[in-house]
Design a protein around this ligand. Structure first.
Ligand SMILES: [Zn+2]
Ligand SMILES: [Zn+2]
Length: 549
């Protein structure tokens, strides 16, 4: 058996793992990652590298999805573009994947199957069972994987919460896992997001108390922002609004869509008497109003950022408004979150964040919960996944403290191949696992020449020179010189001087040009070097030669 994590290691996001037997391959999750590097301008998302899978198309039996977060399902439309395989996913994830495929409008008719908790899914000689886990989106599951070489447990994203907001199945059902754990588990792959956090994660019960007290005690308008898929938060807020006689308005496309899906699946009630539409906001008493929207990470297109920029049709911040950011800031988003907060404060709002009150809890297990899973599964080998290297290492230490032998703990990189054979596990080679960047409709590698060019223009600007030549390249005339993003003295005299001297020099040096060089290339190179020296710049210079006659 081979186990190959293609994404999600030494990073948060882009999760994908390959499970491969001699005969079959199954993919677990296919997520996107967010690109925040300055060196990659214009690119926001990356997907996992499927080079290895494309070589083994015939063996692939399907994708198994643990839950509906973007870092687990976001790359599915891209994968289905090149691999025609069925998807097995929890109900909420199924709905979100269908929406995605509808939006991406690719002409594929995918087979998406909602999974049932007590069923076994036999994909070739690899068999999957799902156990419910508690996480920040409903319908989240961990996996028990039965392979010809022994059992593997994959945690999915999880936490333990004794008082979750949504239903009992929303608890990490350790009893369900215990019931299906019949034989020894060879490998536990467990998520590491919060492996550096002490103790236990905060229960949803605490969040509920704080949000209730905010909604009860404020007699002004309240605007709450959180993640669109945080359905338990939507439920807490809706219930509090009913309890304290407020009206609720949900703003933002993804928030409205996610809430609708959760209602259809029965995770939350319909709250018909409670809800108002955004266009009705200004017809009711503002002090009785709670607005729920996206934008907790300062995302450009989100509801909260629109409001902070004073760009929302229906909502303008007024003195006395309270904005509650019911989320923690994901590392890397600090600048844009602060920018939104500063703008809201300037407009006269009061802002409450998770630093002020317990208005958010993470969906990921802290140290003690991670220990509990390791102790329940008691695996022979341990592979910390889903997290940056420091989180993977902290998780490795936790496993050590729970009596897993140090040599049985594997801190891997994306693409490293684990080989499980005769109850032994070893690293055996590496497969391609680069970041594949999504650039509009195109997919490119990080080292693509496009990225280099974009960086050059982004840092140093660009100069375009158009040269008109006769048929023998004997008379060359500079007809245009345009600069973008370059500071040059572009006064008429200066540009004229540069043009004239370049013209003169090309025409005189063309006679001395080396014989082996194409005259066209010579002119381009000569002009580019000449301008570089004259203007003392690092800009990209593009010379286009127009031949007439
Ligand atoms: Zn998740
Ligand atoms: Zn995740």
């Amino acid at each position: 058996m081979k186990i190959i994590p293609i994404g999600g290691l030494d990073e948060v996001g882009k999760n994908m793992t390959i499970i491969e037997s001699d005969k079959d391959i199954v993919i677990i999750d296919a997520g996107i990652g967010f690109i925040k590097k300055k060196e990659i301008p214009g690119i926001e998302i990356a997907i996992p590298d499927i080079t290895y899978l494309e070589e083994k198309k015939q063996k692939i039996k399907g994708i198994i999805v643990t839950h509906g977060h973007e870092d687990h399902i976001g790359a599915i439309p891209f994968i289905l573009d090149s691999l025609s395989i069925p998807v097995y996913a929890p109900r909420m994830a199924c709905e979100l994947i269908r929406k995605k495929l509808y939006r991406s409008r690719n002409n594929i008719s995918p087979k998406i199957f909602p999974i049932k908790e007590n069923n076994e899914y036999k994909l070739g000689d690899i068999v999957f069972e799902f156990f419910p886990v508690c996480h920040s989106i409903p319908d989240s599951y961990g996996l028990l994987i039965n392979t010809p070489c022994g059992n593997i447990v994959h945690s999915g994203d999880f936490k333990f919460d004794k008082n979750p907001t949504i239903g009992n199945d929303y608890k990490t059902n350790i009893n369900h896992l215990k019931r299906i754990l019949k034989d020894e588990v060879m490998i536990l792959m467990s998520e590491s997001t919060n492996a550096e956090e002490e103790g236990y994660s905060i229960s949803d019960e605490e969040v509920k108390k704080s949000i209730n007290s905010i909604i009860k005690s404020h007699n002004n308008r309240i605007i709450i922002s959180t993640f669109a898929s945080q359905i338990s938060r939507t439920k807490i807020i809706s219930d509090a609004c009913i309890k304290y006689n407020k009206r609720l308005c949900i703003v933002g496309k993804s928030m409205i869509e996610n809430t609708k899906i959760a209602k259809n699946l029965g995770h939350i009630s319909s709250y018909e008497e409670l809800m108002i539409r955004p266009d009705q906001i200004n017809n009711i008493n503002q002090n009785n109003l709670v607005i729920l929207t996206t934008g907790s990470q300062g995302e450009k297109q989100s509801g909260l950022v629109r409001i902070a920029n004073n760009n929302d049709k229906n909502i303008q911040i007024r003195d006395g408004d309270t904005v509650v950011i019911s989320a923690s800031t994901i590392p890397g988003n600090e600048v844009q979150v602060n920018e939104a907060i500063n703008k809201l404060l300037k407009l006269g709002a009061k802002v409450i964040t998770d630093k002020d009150q317990t208005i958010h809890t993470s969906g990921h297990a802290h140290k003690n919960e991670l220990k509990e899973l390791i102790n329940t599964v008691k695996p022979k080998f341990f592979v910390p996944v889903h997290g940056e290297i420091k989180m993977q290492m902290a998780h490795g230490k936790i496993a050590e403290s729970e009596n897993i032998n140090q040599e049985n703990i594997f801190i891997l990189e994306n693409g490293e191949v684990l080989l499980l054979k005769d109850k032994k596990l070893e690293i055996n080679g590496k497969v391609p696992a680069e970041n594949i960047l999504v650039d509009g409709k195109n997919l490119i590698y990080e080292d693509d020449v496009i990225i280099k060019e974009r960086n050059q223009i982004y840092k140093n600007g660009i100069i375009l020179v158009t040269i008109l030549s006769d048929s023998k390249y004997e008379i060359n005339k500079i007809v245009d010189l345009k600069s973008y993003g370059v500071i040059i003295d572009d006064s008429y005299e200066n540009i004229k001087f540069i043009k004239d001297s370049l013209e003169k020099n090309i025409n005189s040096s063309i006679k001395k040009q080396p014989k082996n060089k194409k005259i066209e290339n010579f002119i381009k190179e000569y002009s580019s070097n000449f301008l570089k020296q004259k203007l003392d710049i690092k800009s990209k210079i593009i010379v286009s030669l127009v031949n007439h006659g």
